[in-house]
Design a protein around this ligand. Structure first.
Ligand SMILES: N[C@@H](CCC(=O)N[C@@H](CS)C(=O)NCC(=O)O)C(=O)O
Length: 254
């Protein structure tokens, strides 16, 4: 019997299938498809998986994709131990949990959706720090110089360091993410680059007006960045929600 999965180390859907195969103690070989570098779009892979995603299971030459379909197939060809319960209620519960992950949550974080959204929101170039070194990526796209300006919104030490190291000599870096810390090699990272590092926590009303003009002049579609829209009289409710730091971006409309 030959069992092959086409998968990728960082793919949640491939993990599902690997776990299922391990639970069933089925031997398999894995062929990696680097979805962060576009290997799913290479011509040969379309013949294996018409949707150009991972995982694909190829069992004795027969190809199945969609992780949940693969699991049902595995249950059919080797019923024990079962992955999907026989009892109607338990099976409904197992499918509910599986679909929350596979149908509702997971599609939003796949590379094709992230890339589409980034382009929709106006990005010219996308660099995924999970796929490549962000500093090297920025330098490669700026003739080895680095960016003029960098804004770190992550508040993480890695994000801040990448912003500093990806910025060119005489450039400016702004930190807006709250909390945490960062350790810099002061001479190479700052002094010899004549770098300006600033922090920003609030906007003056003048700068807010400047931002508004910037957005209107360039027709930037900011509406879609907002998750909540409030009236002024809802301020208390709005601030209570913001305070939980779980709510995305809100705006007051007058
Ligand atoms: N619903 C599918 C999801 C397949 C899927 O989106 N896989 C991701 C990796 S977890 C992928 O290959 N993405 C490639 C891309 O977005 O271009 C399943 O459960 O198998």
């Amino acid at each position: 019997m030959s069992m092959i999965i086409y998968g990728f180390w960082r793919s949640l859907a491939s993990f599902r299938v690997r776990v299922a195969l391990k639970i069933k103690a089925m031997e398999f070989d894995e062929i990696p498809v680097d979805i962060l570098h576009g290997e799913q779009f290479e011509p040969g892979y379309a013949e294996i998986n018409a949707e150009r995603v991972v995982p694909t299971l190829v069992h004795d030459g027969y190809s199945v994709f969609q992780s949940l379909a693969i699991m049902e197939y595995l249950d059919d060809i080797q019923p024990s131990p079962r992955l999907i319960p026989r009892d109607a209620r338990e099976r409904a519960y197992a499918r509910t949990l599986a679909l929350v992950a596979a149908a509702d949550a997971h599609p939003l974080i796949t590379p094709r959706v992230c890339n589409h959204l980034a382009k929709e929101f106006g990005a010219d170039v996308l660099i995924d720090p999970g796929a490549e070194d962000p500093v090297a990526g920025i330098k490669e796209r700026t003739h080895g110089l680095g960016a003029d300006l960098a804004l770190d919104t992550s508040g993480t030490s890695e994000g801040r360091l990448a912003a500093v190291r990806g910025t060119r000599a005489w450039g400016t870096v702004c930190f807006v993410g709250e909390g945490g810390s960062v350790t810099l090699e002061v001479s190479p990272d700052m002094l010899r680059k004549q770098l300006t590092i600033i922090g920003s926590w609030t906007f003056s009303s003048d700068i807010q007006a400047e931002c508004a003009r910037f957005v209107v002049d360039r027709k930037i579609a900011v509406d879609r960045l907002f998750t909540h829209c409030w009236q002024l009289e809802q301020a208390e409710e709005a601030y209570r929600l913001f305070d939980t730091q779980t709510s995305g971006k809100g705006v007051f409309l007058m």
